[in-house]
Design a protein around this ligand. Structure first.
Ligand code: NAD
Length: 252
């Protein structure tokens, strides 16, 4: 129960990795404000995880929404010890770059990169008081790519850079670290009605040096550690959580 008396805000926590992070922080005694633009998913998470978890609707690309969500979390919890910028448009494929609409490019930037900046901006005064911590969600796509993923990959590279800039700007009171997951199967952290076991092929697991696809808990455990006092000497880093995939040579 290392997070007794601690208060956290996690964006995009209605489902997937964010939901697993919220669950983990609450299980360890923390109070967690689940923030999501999907009202049904966010309410479902708050209902499932009990009194220490509440839901706040918010589109992270809109500054008034983010300001209001942070204020609501602090009004409810009395403080803020950690902010997790996890919400994103997660579909990497946007088609050929020469036909990519500017509006699509800007939407990815607005939610993934600007949303991360806005959460940091509005959380900073509270985190300074608590000597708290920021965790951002990058991706292994910040350092490697499939074709036709330019918008998503650019936002994730931006988040890695934004995070070390935050660490150097906000220390010593506030730490900031990024987690860059590889393939994480999130079906078991859907809202309860649509939850299912991941449908994975043998080859999906076998290609990973650790022998399996990632689980949301793999990210949640690291996130909890980064938010804890045990990680007090860790800031500005980018942790790759990918079962070894980006260390594997794949020449054919
Ligand atoms: N799952 C993976 O394999 C993987 C791999 C690398 C990185 N990531 C990163 O991890 C994070 C979580 O991914 P996931 O797979 O759990 O995603 P997900 O789609 O399961 O969940 C994302 C959540 O964010 C919310 N969201 C989307 N836009 C929002 C907005 N504008 N405002 C507020 N909430 C919004 C969605 O409603 C949803 O609940 C993302 O940053 C993603 O880029 C995931």
């Amino acid at each position: 129960m290392r997070f007794t008396d601690k208060v956290f805000l996690v964006t995009g926590a209605g489902r997937g990795i964010g939901r697993a992070i919220a669950k983990r922080l609450a299980e360890e005694g923390g109070r967690v404000c689940v923030v999501d633009s999907d009202v049904a998913a966010g309410r479902d998470a708050a209902d499932e995880y009990g009194d220490r978890v509440r839901f706040e609707r918010c589109d992270v690309s809109r500054e008034p929404d983010v300001r209001r969500a942070v204020r609501a979390a602090v009004a409810w919890g009395g403080r803020l010890d950690g902010a997790v910028a996890n919400a994103a448009i997660v579909h990497p494929e946007v088609g050929p770059t020469e036909r990519l609409a500017l509006a699509t490019w800007q939407k990815y930037l607005a939610v993934n990169l600007t949303g991360t900046f806005l959460l940091a901006k509005h959380a900073i005064p509270h985190l300074r008081r608590s000597h708290g911590s920021i965790v951002t969600l990058g991706s292994t796509r910040a350092i490697q790519s499939e074709p036709d993923t330019v918008a998503y990959s650019a936002t994730k590279g931006g988040i890695v850079a934004l995070t070390h800039a935050l660490a150097i700007s906000l220390g010593p009171e506030i730490r900031a670290n990024c987690i860059s997951p590889g393939w994480i199967a999130t079906d078991e952290y859907a809202p309860r009605k649509s939850r299912k076991r991941p449908d994975l092929r043998a080859v999906d697991n076998a290609q990973h040096p650790v022998g399996r696809v990632g689980r949301p808990e793999d990210v949640a455990g690291l996130c909890a550690w980064l938010l804890s006092e045990e990680a007090g000497f860790v800031t500005g880093t980018n942790y790759i959580v990918d079962g070894g995939m980006t260390r594997k040579m794949i020449y054919k």
